[in-house]
Design a protein around this ligand. Structure first.
Ligand code: BGC
Length: 350
């Protein structure tokens, strides 16, 4: 956990409130401009690089909408510290204080009932993001929304990077260090029960196999999206299979980087490594050819949808302009492939 991440979450709510006060005030009976719009956001945890990037982007987007519209967006971001009970309390707090919209990165995506019931009885819309509630929950009220990305697409793009690399016979021979014609690999998985972990794992492996690339899974570990956990899990995998791991498929970049750290410390040869997210450390590693590639999880695009949708809901505007159609309440932002050839484009975007 980087210090700036903790500082971000401690300071940001205060800053947001100050920003809101700076311009505050209703414009009489015609609140066309200078409306105070209050958006309460609760995230699962701040020990997560991707979620921190998403929060930074949501704040940036809110400031842009303020400039565009003349309204004031008070964005209050809190962390639930990995506790669903704490998150329920935080959301209750937002609702009791009369926030216009609540955005929730669920701790337990199968346990949204308390939040939904409370929001519904107060008639306050909820935008869930990143951790997708189960379909039956989302169906329970027409003011429940979801913004995220299609996990299947990320698994397919990750597979595509591997397939393209290993379809080249020279690259295959380089990766297949024991020269047995099969690529021995391990997989590092995110949290149990997270849609992105389950689906990325299943889809990426299936797609590589279906493309006819000979692979053999020799180990898997759950490292909860976390770099340090991945480093120690990878170290154990290396101890079990010294000099055997030729490829690492990781559900995200943080864990891919943890795996590379373990490889370095154990003095192993470099395996082919792929991740997901496109965080800046990973982009550097792709550029240095230490990672084969990654899949861009568009935090900026998702933040834009979350804040724009919240704004439309709070101002009785047009949520369909964000969701695509009146009947739709889920928004999926496209993933994009990143490899050595196009990594510069993503580095420039930062
Ligand atoms: C990202 C992970 C992140 C997780 C948080 C996933 O979509 O790829 O990096 O830790 O969301 O819920």
């Amino acid at each position: 956990m980087k210090r700036y991440m903790i500082a971000f979450f401690l300071i940001m709510p205060v800053l947001c409130i100050l920003c809101g006060c700076r311009n505050g005030g209703y414009a009489g009976n015609e609140p066309v401009k200078n409306r105070n719009i209050r958006i309460g956001i609760s995230v699962n945890d701040v020990y997560d690089t991707f979620i921190v990037e998403l929060c930074e982007s949501m704040n940036a987007r809110a400031r842009e909408i303020e400039k565009e519209t003349g309204d004031i967006l008070l964005v209050d971001i809190v962390s639930a510290g990995g506790s669903q009970l704490a998150q329920n309390d935080q959301v209750n707090g937002f609702i009791d204080k009369g926030y216009d919209v609540v955005c929730v990165n669920l701790v337990d995506r199968t346990d949204a009932t308390v939040i939904i019931d409370k929001a519904r009885s107060a008639d306050i819309p909820v935008v869930f993001f990143n951790r997708e509630p189960v379909a039956e929950d989302l169906e329970r009220w027409d003011k429940l929304f979801y913004v995220g990305a299609n996990a299947e697409q990320s698994g397919l793009l990750q597979a595509e990077i591997v397939i393209d690399a290993l379809s080249d016979s020279d690259r295959f021979r380089q990766v297949d260090r024991n020269d047995d014609g099969v690529i021995q690999f391990v997989i590092l998985e995110g949290e149990i029960g997270h849609q992105d972990a389950l689906i990325r794992t299943q889809i990426s492996i299936e797609a590589i196999q279906q493309a006819g690339i000979p692979i053999e899974r020799i180990g898997d570990e759950i490292a909860n999206w976390n770099r340090d956990q991945a480093e120690s899990k990878m170290a154990s995998l290396i101890d079990e299979h010294p000099k055997e791991i030729e490829m690492v498929i990781s559900n995200n970049d943080e864990m891919a980087i943890g795996a590379l750290e373990a490889v370095k410390h154990r003095g192993e040869d470099q395996p082919l490594v792929v991740g997901v997210d496109g965080i800046s450390d990973a982009l550097e590693l792709v550029q240095m050819k230490k990672m084969e590639g990654t899949v861009y999880n568009d935090a900026i695009g998702q933040a834009e949808k979350i804040i724009r949708l919240s704004y439309e809901l709070a101002t009785s505007g047009n949520p369909a302009s964000v969701t695509g159609s009146a009947g739709s309440r889920s928004v999926y932002v496209d993933y994009r492939r990143i490899d050595y050839v196009n990594v510069q484009d993503f580095i420039r975007m930062q």
